[in-house]
Design a protein around this ligand. Structure first.
Ligand code: ADP
Length: 396
């Protein structure tokens, strides 16, 4: 029976999920991390088995070799040719890839031309595709992009008020990210309500976080921008700030611009304000112990989200659904309640008891709320699998 492998190749990690192509059932999932460092971890589970090994992985090629060898060794396939398709998560598709695409030589070359738009992510995503092409030459490789879902934004939404030539010459514009997650959630709302017609604001709140305004199944705006640094406050990223701060701080602290941008990416957000942690649970625990910086960080976090929700209500000219997803959005009843409590004047009423339930997908608004509130567990791998399968089916 044929199999489809979904992979997310990061700078020092490889996440994977293997599916049965026809039934779409998950067969194996796991992660390798610390690739290129000493003592990498290789964790995976299948059936009732859970494996956690320490291995030596000098590079991604060794990691993918080990993954394929292990799939053979545990007899999930009897021949690697059973893996007919590999779906790759690719961070940036630029303006070239508006939908998922088969990575033949021509598309791979086109993908390489936009590596400068995501220098930390795309080159390693490309590397992953190249390694799979070499090790499994008969399989189809499909790229599913974080940016594609937002390619429906209109120019008034995706352009920055900067010299227009910067867009024309260098493609400086809003791209948006987390598109695979926003697409999954938007499709779930469509399935739950039996219609595409709705005005939905999705709050993807994980380490990285973004909001998306979805009108009739189409993304019309999103909070991340040219890079994932823009938008709401995140675990370690600052989100939207005045760009003139860069110049001011380079002079005050004698930093380079790269150092300042690095601080915006890695030492800001919940971590920067609380001084405690980028992990939401740690900050909440400290706030519960009356730590003033943790309390302030959470107040700012909520405030910046409600501002964005307000502006997306204007962009959508209303709102039918408010949805929470990703690590914090799915799991923290606290943050959902805090955000919704700020929005009661708009007819948004959360049901406090429903909000405490642990189901993966649930309506959590009161019956009299004019806006339906949901929490929905996201599933980016499923979207990558389905999009890859659709392309594989089309050409086989
Ligand atoms: P990413 O995929 O961007 O790395 P996740 O979507 O896994 O991030 O989200 C990670 C965040 O979710 C962390 O801040 C973590 O504290 C938070 N989180 C995970 N589980 C819970 C929980 N039960 N309650 C509150 N926050 C949680």
């Amino acid at each position: 029976m044929s199999k489809l492998l979904v992979v997310n190749t990061g700078s020092s990690s490889l996440k994977f999920k293997l599916y049965n192509t026809n039934s779409q059932a998950e067969i194996l999932e796991g992660v390798m991390d610390r690739i290129g460092l000493q003592d990498s971890n290789f964790k995976y589970r299948f059936d009732i088995h859970k494996v956690d090994e320490v291995v030596q992985l000098a590079n991604h090629e060794e990691a993918i070799h080990l993954l394929l060898d292990s799939i053979l060794r545990i007899k999930i396939v009897s021949d690697l040719a059973e893996i007919v398709c590999i779906g790759h998560r690719v961070v940036h598709g630029g303006e070239i890839f508006k939908t998922s695409a088969i990575m033949d030589e021509e598309n791979l070359e086109r993908l390489k031309t936009i590596s400068d738009l995501a220098p930390l992510h795309n080159p390693i995503n490309v590397k992953g595709i190249e390694i799979f092409k070499k090790l499994l030459p008969s399989a189809m490789n499909v790229a599913v992009f974080d940016t594609s879902f937002h390619q429906t934004l209109e120019p008034k939404a995706f352009l920055y008020p900067l010299p227009y030539t910067w867009y024309e010459h260098y493609k400086v514009r809003k791209y948006g990210f987390h598109g695979t997650s926003h697409k999954y959630v938007s499709k779930r709302i469509e399935a739950i309500q039996g219609t595409k017609e709705s005005k939905t604001i999705i709050c993807h709140l994980g380490n990285g976080a973004s909001l998306c305004a979805v009108k009739n199944g189409v993304s019309i705006d999103t909070s991340m921008g040219f890079t994932p640094l823009d938008g709401i406050m995140m675990g370690t990223r600052c989100g939207s700030i005045d760009p003139a701060i860069i110049n001011f701080i380079t002079q005050k602290l004698n930093y380079t611009e790269e150092q300042v941008i690095d601080i915006f990416n890695r030492e800001s957000g919940l971590l920067g304000v609380s001084g405690i942690s980028s992990d939401f649970r740690d900050v909440l625990a400290a706030a519960n112990q009356d730590d003033p910086q943790a309390i302030l960080a959470l107040e700012m976090y909520v405030y910046r989200i409600i501002l964005m929700i307000g502006s997306y209500m204007c962009a959508l000219q209303g709102i039918d659904n408010l949805v929470f997803t990703a690590g914090i959005g799915e799991n923290s009843s606290y943050i959902r309640e805090k955000i919704c409590n700020e929005l009661t004047f708009m007819g948004i009423h959360i049901d406090k008891d429903q909000n405490l339930h642990r189901e993966k997908e649930m309506l959590i608004s009161k019956a009299d709320s004019t806006v339906k509130i949901y929490k929905i567990a996201t599933n980016e791998e499923l979207v990558i699998m389905q999009e890859s399968k659709a392309l594989w089916d089309e050409f086989n």
